[in-house]
Structure formats: C-alpha cells, structure tokens
Design a protein around this ligand. Structure first.
Ligand SMILES: Cc1ncc(C[n+]2csc(CCOP(=O)(O)OP(=O)(O)O)c2C)c(N)n1
Ligand SMILES: [Mg+2]
Length: 328
C-alpha cells in the first residue's frame, strides 16, 4: 500500500471516507447547478463558486461535531454543505425565496445556520477572522471544548483583521483553526503580486503558533492537518494556521471572463480534480465499488434536483416582511 493510502486507512474509518466522498460530490453538484441556474437568469445577485475547492471544506469539517463553529466567506456554499447545511434551504436562499435560510433576504453571501454552528457567509474579506475570535473566546469562557474553524482566502491574509485577529487569538490561546484557502487569486490579483511568501502558512511564526501547508486537492491531507490542529485546540493549546493550496475553477464569480489567467493554467489545475483522485483511491482500497460511486452520484443528483424544484416552487418573501429580522 502507498504511504498516502496507509495514512488514509490509519486515520479514517470507512464510513467517514464515504461521507467525505459524498460531501465533495454534493458540493460539486450543487455549485455546478448554481452556475447553470445563475447563467439562465434564475438566481439574482452574485455567485462565487467553490467548484475545485471541495476537498478543503470537506476535509476540515469532517473533524467537527454539530456544536463546533465555522466562519465562512463570500465563497461559502461548500463550507455550509460540509458543516451539514440543507441544500434545499440553501438553493431557496439563492433564489431569494421565503423558504431559504435567511427567508430569501440574505442571498449567497449571507447564508447562516446558527443551529449547526455556521456563523455565516460574509461579503467582507477577512471579517470571519474576528468573528471566529469571538466564538472561540465565548467557548473558552463557557468552559466547553468547542472549536472554531475559520475559513478565508489568500486575499484575507493581507487585511488588518488577519494580523489583529490571529495575534489576539494566539495571545488568548483561543481554540481556533485558521484555514487559508490559497487559490492563488484575490479577484484578478495573483498572490505572487501581493505577497513575497511562497507558503502563506509561514506567517504563523509571526504569532508564535504552528503553521502547516497542505495540498488542498487531497481531502485526507486536509482532514489530517486540520484534525491535528483541532486536537491541539481542544487541549487548550491555542490556534493553528493551516494553508490549503487549491484553485477556483470558475473564476472569481459566475461570469468572470478569467482573461487574467495564463495559457493552459486552468487546464493544468483541472487535471488535479480532487474528486476523481479520491474516488480512484477509495476504489483501489475497496472502500467503494464503481456501483457505489454511481449510486452516490444518482442520489446526490436527485437531491439537488429536488432542491431546485423546492426553490422554484417556494414563494418570494412578502414586501411587508422587509424590515423583519433586521435586528436580533
Ligand atoms: C474588505 C474588503 N475588501 C475588498 C472586497 C472586494 N473583494 C471581494 S472578494 C475579494 C477577493 C478575495 O480573495 P480571497 O480572499 O483570496 O478569496 P477568494 O475569492 O479567492 O476565495 C475582494 C477583494 C471586499 N469584499 N471586502
Ligand atoms: Mg483567493
């Protein structure tokens, strides 16, 4: 057995591996359907897709229980699905319908389900970093073992919130795992233009916390790195910075012409697709058969089809409800 496969069987139960595969397929199917419906004019606003980044949210959240927290970003659908969000209520929210997570008044960049510990998608780059600090401080003061996983992009590491938030969390020894989704771009600005480091996890040493860089297309590598950091946080040993190297296949938003990419760049990254890579391993390990894979694909397709129907058939919120739920 290869080292990678040995590591997979040592750290992951069979059910966990199958769950992770299903979650990745669910995110991909959801996102590609959102892309189709957005282009058809059925979804208003903006959509920043997580296609290509599925292994990061999946591997990280596979370590969490329902009581643990996550903070998300403007590219947040994958985070919510991986934390157990319902795809029908998500789709309804994207359609602006009353049955959506925010009663159709938040849309893609504000979806939250506090009941399952997702403290919200967020349109402000880096804003989740300080929200995560608050959630983790509250868990610490209440004496629980809850951990907060804080997702953000490479663009967020150059915001002041990163420095203030990570430094404070390090000083207060807060139970947080910072997960950088380094997809190489912030809008059209390459990370090589805005930062001199090859590995963003190297920033960790400035705060006296551990930092680790992993291949974000390898779901088990993400699961293990974040798992180790979570175990450390639960023991009261403070935050960790985990950088996942990844790529966003569909550009910054649906409709991005991606004319800033170099020739062949996208094709090279698409060859690293995390889903067939994981599927191949699970089949070789005997965890899944081709038949199981087909069944998962069919079930997930059926679920997303139902989610779209639910969204289409749900009513829009009444204009009289506009100011309801504005303050909690
Ligand atoms: C504070 C702030 N500055 C700028 C923007 C505009 N903006 C939206 S997304 C984005 C890029 C974010 O890049 P990154 O953090 O790498 O996330 P990615 O889109 O690559 O997932 C920018 C600059 C914003 N929303 N908030
Ligand atoms: Mg980015």
């Amino acid at each position: 057995m290869s080292d990678e496969k040995k590591s997979m069987s040592a750290t992951c139960e069979k059910e966990k591996l199958i769950d992770m595969y299903r979650t990745m397929v669910r995110i991909r199917t959801f996102e590609e359907r959102v892309r189709k419906e957005f282009r058809a004019g059925n979804i208003p606003g903006f959509a920043h897709l997580y296609t290509g980044e599925e292994a990061v949210a999946t591997g990280a959240c596979a370590n969490l229980g329902p009581d643990d927290y996550i903070t998300s970003t403007h590219r947040g659908h994958g985070h919510l699905i991986a934390k157990g969000g319902k795809t029908d209520r998500m789709m309804a929210e994207l359609y602006g319908k009353k049955t959506g997570y925010n009663k159709g008044k938040g849309g893609s960049m504000h979806i939250a389900d506090v009941d399952i510990g997702t403290l919200g998608a967020n349109g402000i780059v880096g804003a989740g970093i300080t929200i995560a600090g608050g959630a983790a401080l509250s868990a610490k003061l209440r004496g629980t073992d809850q951990v907060t996983v804080c997702f953000f992009g490479d663009g967020a590491v150059n915001t002041s919130r990163f420095h203030e938030g990570v430094n404070l969390a390090a000083c207060l020894n807060l139970p947080i795992v910072y997960v950088i989704e380094n997809n190489l771009y912030a809008e059209s600005t390459p990370i090589s233009y805005s930062c001199r480091l090859n590995n963003l996890a190297d920033r960790a040493c400035a705060y006296g916390i551990p930092g680790k860089t992993v291949d974000g297309n390898d779901v088990v590598a993400v699961y293990e790195a974040v798992g180790e950091a979570i175990a450390r946080a639960r023991k009261g040993r403070g935050p960790t910075l985990v950088e996942c190297k990844i790529y966003r296949w569909r550009g910054h938003f649906v409709g991005d012409p991606q004319d800033y990419l170099s020739n062949g760049e996208l094709d090279e990254w698409m060859k690293k697709d995390p889903i067939p890579r994981f599927r191949k391993k699970l089949i070789e390990m005997g965890v899944l058969t081709e038949k199981d894979v087909d069944k998962i694909g069919r079930e997930v397709n059926g679920e997303i089809e139902k989610a779209v129907k639910f969204a289409e058939e749900s009513p829009f919120p009444d204009p009289d409800e506009t100011l309801e739920d504005v303050y909690a």
